[in-house]
Design a protein around this ligand. Structure first.
Ligand SMILES: NC(=O)c1ccc[n+]([C@@H]2O[C@H](COP(=O)([O-])OP(=O)(O)OC[C@H]3O[C@@H](n4cnc5c(N)ncnc54)[C@H](O)[C@@H]3O)[C@@H](O)[C@H]2O)c1
Length: 357
């Protein structure tokens, strides 16, 4: 089963992970890519420079929650697969303003499922068998781990933030559309991604950009919260493997076996910046400031990726050390990409501190 010259809808293709997937599909396959993206603050067409005037690319500036528009797109392009990466994704924003998360992640996914089902029902039998709806989700749906153990495909859901709850709800909808209507869906749950073209609100670019400017480097709580890091290009490759070889009805956890505490990530970025850009007197580690923790901050996430490694033959190729060094170097060499975001008015202020009453 090959999708390498099929038409593929990628929702959220102007976002961080979606753009990595679109870049790979354009550069490494013959697929026709339809990027369905609302272009929220997080969407950025500068992240897919090769898409401009590409003969195998179309942009549809559409909200996944707009049923009529999604119906139009699916009937115009007749895709063989839909990969859903459109979402509201920033946990801190979900604490201050959960409504957009409910709208896009839950209602939007529902709408996309309904319209995809309509499209799928109208396909010829062979095309129906081949069709895939792949829903990209997060390991945050599983809640927080203690010091030991890992998440796997059978871990019970226990989301703690409005973001992870909205993603958990969307995963359940996707599962139900498979079980109830037979739509060939697959769910992937992934750990924290990092790499080029990530919006500056997320930890790694946030610290790189502030560190370059010599500003204080805020670390939440004691900095010992642990995340399991995956390079975005490895993730995009994993999604392509899931598309080609994943079994309908299955879930796959995608991770890079790279657990690091936030403190250690920030310290490593400081050292890399000192080496690459000079330390201006004091080492950048001296800029680290511990600030009030995020409410409901999950302590540890860790993914056991053995199912996708064993069954689909995918494995992360980037080590965290080499991937982080490349990422720091990318932000140094591609200032215009993130300076344009700052120039549009993005301000890295602290949000998401609302406490339980
Ligand atoms: N970034 C991570 O570390 C990470 C980890 C695990 C899972 N995920 C999941 O992967 C997916 C992609 O994450 P990301 O980091 O690339 O997100 P992102 O915030 O960088 O990009 C999201 C994209 O979706 C678009 N979008 C938002 N609402 C939309 C709507 N209603 N209709 C159409 N488009 C809309 C935005 O314009 C943007 O281009 C999300 O589902 C997220 O939950 C992300």
């Amino acid at each position: 089963m090959s999708f390498s010259s099929e038409t593929i809808v990628v929702t959220g293709g102007a976002g961080f992970i979606g753009s990595a997937l679109v870049r790979q599909l354009l550069d490494e396959t013959d697929a026709f890519v339809v990027n369905v993206d609302k272009l929220t603050y997080a969407g950025n067409l500068d992240s897919i420079p090769q898409a401009k005037d590409h003969r195998r690319y179309a942009l549809e500036r559409v909200d996944i929650g707009n049923a009529a528009e999604i119906r139009r797109v699916l009937s115009a392009y007749k895709p063989a697969a839909v990969l859903n990466l459109a979402a509201e994704t920033h946990v801190d924003r979900s604490i201050d303003g959960p409504a957009a998360f409910i709208e896009t992640n839950m209602v939007g996914t529902y709408t996309l499922l309904q319209e995809t089902l309509r499209h799928w029902n109208a396909l010829a039998p062979a095309a129906r068998d081949k069709f895939r709806f792949i829903h990209i989700s997060t390991d945050e749906v599983f809640g927080s781990l203690g010091p030991y153990g890992t998440f796997c495909e059978t871990t019970a859901y226990a989301p703690n933030s409005p973001y992870s709850a909205s993603k958990a709800a969307s995963d359940h909808l996707v599962r139900a559309w498979r079980e109830t209507y037979g739509l060939p869906t697959i769910i992937t749950n992934t750990s924290n991604n990092y790499g080029p073209y990530q919006f500056p609100e997320k930890l790694i670019p946030h610290i790189i950009i502030r560190g370059l400017a010599g500003l204080s480097l805020p670390v939440y709580g004691d900095g010992l919260n642990v995340r399991d890091w995956l390079h975005v290009e490895d993730h995009a490759r994993a999604l392509r493997v899931v598309l080609e070889r994943g079994k309908a009805g299955e879930c796959y956890l995608i991770g890079g076996r790279n657990e690091r505490s936030n403190r250690s990530v920030v310290e490593t970025i400081c050292d890399l910046l000192d080496q690459a850009a000079g330390s201006r007197g004091a080492p950048r580690r001296s800029l680290i400031t511990y600030v009030a923790d995020r409410p409901g901050h999950d302590r540890r996430y860790a993914i056991d990726p053995s199912k996708i490694e064993r069954e689909l033959g995918w494995r992360a190729s980037e080590s965290f050390e080499s991937g982080l060094a490349k990422t720091v170097s990318w932000y140094l060499s591609n200032r215009s990409w993130w300076e344009a975001i700052l120039a549009r008015g993005y301000q890295a202020e602290r949000i998401g501190t609302a406490r339980k009453s």
